[in-house]
Design a binder for this molecule. Structure first.
Ligand SMILES: Cc1ncc(COP(=O)(O)O)c(C=O)c1O
Length: 415
């Protein structure tokens, strides 16, 4: 069969899924064909051949300026190869994974850590592992299908994906975003010895820090296990001179489990769950997303471990970045453009009207800026936000240009 006949046949068979109608109706360009990026992504990005000042990069520290990440990556590739070439269970883990997992355990203050190809897989694996029932052999079994999860309504998609199929209202409950009273109300109603509370440190839509200390107090009061998704806070918050030192200390000292992502401050790819040794050992088998898929590539694991140590040993890198982000926040307030009330490095600018926010995004691209917009269904209808990541490599001129441009659009649209 020729390729075109095969493809015509596929189109016929796919008709019941109505993908063509979905793509046709969708006006969001990245939903069906993402723009193509050339060269490394940083303070600027070359998309479809055009250079834009980039406020979308989640690896925001401009690390290559301080750490020879690409050289570490090359060293790791030469010493350890490009792939693990097999599962952790059949072959074992590579040396860089072992060192990375020990490093993450140390920096999160937990006994042990297990790494995954992405943070998303770490979250799905955590939920799987805490709720699996499996019988392997006499004496080798777990019966945890009765676990009850109580999660902040705004936790990441990956947690919700893991919870799918567990029975909303029975084994899964959601509390209102950052609302500890609502969490306490639900925990008061749940009657089981196996309750897991999941919340995030910095939430990626609104940039807020969860009320971590109060959440952990409620977990203690009700005997619940806690898991904090620290994807956006790992290696950023902790030291006393930075915002959220109290929350970061609580995550380190009191949370049972913590999830970290290597795609944010570390600027690479991968994720991990850190926690008590006995549970992490069991997660090798029970998470599923560790055993049944590829691991982080060895050079990435190697470069990630080097980067974590450099960030820990040179606090000025993150201190300077946070000062830079705080300056942009202040400048926005000075031009009467309030951001959501949080001290985190993420800047969310409420716009409201979905159409106005999407129009702004297009104008920004025309004028040379890449500024992400969260609109429905990512957030409630007409609660659209611009969600920016200041980048450590942005120049004064780029920031000033952005602020002037934003102000012009707000006046033009009356928002
Ligand atoms: C809170 C949170 N959890 C998990 C993830 C997934 O992390 P990763 O990019 O490592 O898959 C993200 C990234 O978007 C996130 O913001």
């Amino acid at each position: 069969m020729t390729a075109s006949r095969a493809s015509a046949q596929s189109v016929d068979r796919l008709a019941p899924w109505a993908f063509a109608a979905f793509v046709e109706a969708n006006t969001h360009e990245t939903a069906y064909r993402p723009p193509v990026v050339d060269g490394p992504v940083g303070a600027t990005i070359v998309r479809n051949g055009r250079e834009l000042v980039n406020f979308a990069s989640i690896s925001f520290l401009d690390l290559e300026r301080h750490v020879p990440v690409r050289r570490h990556f090359a060293e790791g590739a030469l010493a350890h190869g490009l792939s693990t070439s097999g599962s952790r269970m059949t072959q074992g883990i590579c040396r860089p994974h072992q060192v990375l997992e020990e490093t993450i355990a140390r920096h999160t203050g937990k006994e042990r850590a297990i790494s995954f190809a992405t943070g998303l897989l770490a979250n799905i694996g955590f939920v799987n592992a805490m709720s699996s029932s499996a019988h392997f052999d006499v004496g080798i079994e777990v019966r945890n299908r009765d676990t009850v999860f109580v999660v902040d309504r705004d936790v990441h998609w990956s947690i919700w994906k893991g919870l799918e199929g567990l029975g909303y209202g029975r084994n899964v409950h959601a509390f209102r975003h950052n609302d500890v009273v609502d969490l306490a109300r639900i925990l008061g109603r749940v009657r089981t010895r196996k309750t897991v509370v999941i919340a995030e440190s910095i939430y990626s839509a609104d940039g807020t820090m969860g009320p971590i200390v109060e959440i952990l107090d409620e977990c203690d009061r009700h005997g619940a296990i806690s898991m904090i998704d620290d994807a956006n806070g790992f290696m950023v918050y902790g030291p006393e001179n930075r915002p959220y030192a109290r929350e970061a200390a609580a995550i380190r000292e009191r949370a049972d489990f913590v999830m970290v992502s290597l795609s944010k401050a570390i600027g690479l790819e991968g994720g991990a769950i850190a926690g008590p040794a006995e549970a992490i050992d069991a997660f090798e088998l029970l998470s599923g997303t560790s055993m049944f898929t590829a691991a982080i590539q060895p050079p990435t694991a190697y470069a990630a471990e080097r980067t974590i140590e450099v960030l820990a040993g040179n606090p000025k890198i993150v201190d300077d970045y946070l000062a830079h982000a705080a300056r942009l926040r202040q400048q926005m307030h000075d031009i009467n453009t309030p951001t959501t009330p949080t001290e985190s490095y993420m800047l969310s600018v409420p716009i409201g009207n979905d159409a106005a926010a999407l129009q702004m995004r297009e104008w920004f691209v025309e004028d040379g800026y890449l500024v992400p917009v969260f609109s429905y269904p990512a957030v409630a209808r007409n609660q659209a936000l611009l969600r920016l990541f200041p980048h450590a490599g942005h120049t004064e001129e780029q920031m000033d240009g952005f602020l002037r441009t934003l102000l012009t659009y707000r006046r033009r649209l009356g928002v």
